[in-house]
Design a protein around this ligand. Structure first.
Ligand SMILES: C[S@@+](CC[C@H](N)C(=O)[O-])C[C@H]1O[C@@H](n2cnc3c(N)ncnc32)[C@H](O)[C@@H]1O
Ligand code: SF4
Length: 299
């Protein structure tokens, strides 16, 4: 189903690749944290963080309903709509039910700290109202790397949030950033990220290659100038450590974002041996595994 409805967004608007056909409902603008040194998504002046009033959200839902187009999925934007209080989220989800009763799934980006003041019972209530998938940018499970990039989260806070989501019967889709620790922290970044996933057992896991669209300056500052970006072989080696350490029961794994050289897809651990072998081949037999050409990569 292709949703063609475009609401009056404050651009730019970002959404996960898997929400390409969802209606994007901008219930907040920007990101309440906006301080991760790798992320420039909401740094433009017009993206300064604010909540959208309920009345405006309802007007937009009414406008969508009046088109008569069927909407089955909604993604709540922007960067961390889950910063909204339980009460505000409840009102938004109730309004979605009222105006667009055909909606089957609502999802959102979610920072671990967004869930701190929400109980498992409240999340379960939101899940009953349709909010059932959270995209959590853990980025790493390594405390040192997380501190270097100023994520404001660590292994324990990330795990607590992922457990809360699971406890509420909702699903999580975790993003890990390949290359985020540079050469120095590559191995510990990979291994601790895998450990975090092993404890959390998310339903979905994807990796993206970290990129620096406007330069390295801000990022380097966090690393005291010691950050050395991984080359292609370094990125593959890190992916090998990550995959090799993962012990997952039933997680859909995707490393197919446009930023990746090597496209990997499967269900873990069922497909672990195949995926590990593909990465090993890419490392040991250059040319044996087809790679995405540089010009096709992009955020
Ligand atoms: C729009 S952000 C919102 C995520 C949410 N605020 C969170 O932190 O969980 C979505 C994701 O894009 C990815 N991202 C942001 N900047 C990036 C960069 N420079 N290179 C690669 N991935 C990046 C990160 O994985 C981030 O979690
Ligand atoms: S990665 Fe997420 S939390 Fe960090 S600045 Fe970007 S949108 Fe905000």
């Amino acid at each position: 189903m292709e949703v063609m409805i475009r609401l009056p967004y404050i651009e730019p608007v970002f959404r996960p690749p898997s929400e390409a056909h969802s209606l994007i409902l901008q219930v907040t603008n920007g990101c309440s944290w906006n301080a991760c040194t790798f992320c420039e998504m909401y740094t433009q002046a017009q993206k300064q963080f604010h909540l959208k009033p309920q009345q405006k959200i309802e007007q937009e839902l009414a406008a969508v309903a009046s088109t008569g187009q069927s909407v089955r999925r909604i993604f709540l934007a922007d960067g961390d709509a889950m910063t909204l209080s339980f009460r505000r989220l409840e009102l938004i989800l109730q309004a979605i039910r009222q105006y667009l009763p055909g909606v089957q799934r609502v999802s959102s980006y979610c920072l671990p700290r967004n869930l701190k003041s929400k109980t498992v019972e409240q999340l379960a209530e939101l899940k009953e109202l349709g909010l059932e998938l959270f995209y959590v940018g853990c980025e790493s499970g390594d405390d040192l790397v997380l501190e270097r990039v100023n994520k404001g989260e660590n292994f324990d806070t990330s795990l607590a949030a992922l457990k809360k989501i699971k406890g509420a019967g909702a699903k999580s889709s975790v993003m890990i950033l390949n290359g985020m620790g540079g050469t120095k922290y590559s191995e510990q970044h990979a291994i601790n990220s895998a450990r975090l996933m092993n404890e959390a057992q998310p339903e979905y896991l994807s990796t993206l290659v970290v990129s620096f669209p406007t330069g390295l300056e801000r990022y380097q500052a966090g690393f005291n100038g010691e950050f050395e970006a991984l080359d292609q072989a370094g990125l593959f080696q890190e992916m090998f450590w990550l995959l090799d350490t993962l012990e997952l029961e039933n997680t859909i794994f995707r490393s197919d974002h446009a930023s990746n050289y090597l496209v990997l897809k499967g269900t873990l651990n069922r497909d672990k041996a195949r995926l590990v072998q593909t990465v090993r081949d890419a490392l040991e037999r250059p040319g044996a595994v087809p790679l995405r050409p540089e010009w096709m990569r992009g955020l």
